[in-house]
Design a protein around this ligand. Structure first.
Ligand code: CA
Length: 258
């Protein structure tokens, strides 16, 4: 017997956010082909997930706002609003839960766009896929969410930048609400992550060295200045007059973004 729960009856309502057992994970299936939607639901309900189906992009956004599913399985080609647009809008919406998004595409259908652009999807599956493959992907995503203490992703976000530690991607948030990937070396990425983990904190050079190199550092701590200079070139509009990474004379550096 297939069963879905409206939000107020859902076993997850009123439960603490994390960590929830998988059987309390809500999955929203957004798919306009009824047979495929039904197949996905049956597959996932056999695994004790709670599923709900909608068949167009606008309905998906409605449910997302009202019920905040843990995972959204999102078909790319949809009536009313396509999957990429739904994904973008979800990522622009600030909610207590940040859902994982598994994108479904047909063979040859703009896969490059899904993967290549930062649409905000976490993973994708090309149709046709096997039920086993679907369950494996869903479990992998939800395990990730549990490991990080709930549904929040492992990322730091400020007004102009986002650092996604899981995917090792740093992006600049642009004014038109799109984003631009920053081409950073591992060291620059770690430096930016360290700064963004604690905006406003003043870091001495030796504290930054501890964070970035740990015990493996030998040399002049002025090397930090070199990496700061390189990172500034990549993120500052004017390196002579930094907006984000500020020098604190006699102490070190701090990151501010407001
Ligand atoms: Ca479709």
């Amino acid at each position: 017997m297939l069963k879905t729960y409206p939000c107020d009856l859902s076993p997850s309502c009123g439960m603490p956010r994390s960590p929830l057992p998988p059987s309390f994970m809500n999955i929203l299936i957004v798919e306009d082909e009824p047979e495929i939607a039904q197949l996905i639901r049956e597959t996932l309900e056999r695994e004790s997930f709670i599923c709900q189906i909608v068949s167009d992009g606008l309905a998906a956004l409605e449910i997302f706002k009202r019920q905040q599913p843990d995972l959204i399985i999102l078909d790319l080609m949809l009536p009313k609003l396509d999957g990429l647009e739904v994904c973008t809008r979800i990522r622009q919406t600030s909610t207590p839960k940040d859902p994982y998004i598994l994108m479904l595409t047909a063979k040859g259908e703009e896969i490059d766009r899904v993967i290549g652009l930062s649409t905000g999807a976490d993973d994708y599956l090309v149709k046709p896929f096997s039920p086993i493959e679907l369950v494996a992907r869903v479990r992998a995503l939800l395990r990730r969410s549990l490991r990080h203490g709930g549904q929040q992703k492992n990322l730091y976000q400020t007004q102009h930048f986002t650092v996604d530690l899981d995917r090792h991607i740093a992006t600049r948030n642009l004014e038109n609400q799109s984003e631009e990937t920053l081409e950073l070396t591992t060291l620059e990425f770690n430096l930016l992550s360290t700064f963004m983990s604690y905006p406003g904190r003043v870091w001495s050079r030796s504290q930054l060295i501890d964070k970035l190199w740990g015990d493996n550092f030998f040399g002049d701590e002025r090397v930090v200045d070199t990496h700061i200079r390189r990172l500034r070139k990549k993120i500052e509009p004017d390196t002579a007059n930094p907006t984000f990474i500020k020098t604190v004379v006699g102490v070190g550096y701090k990151f501010e973004d407001q």
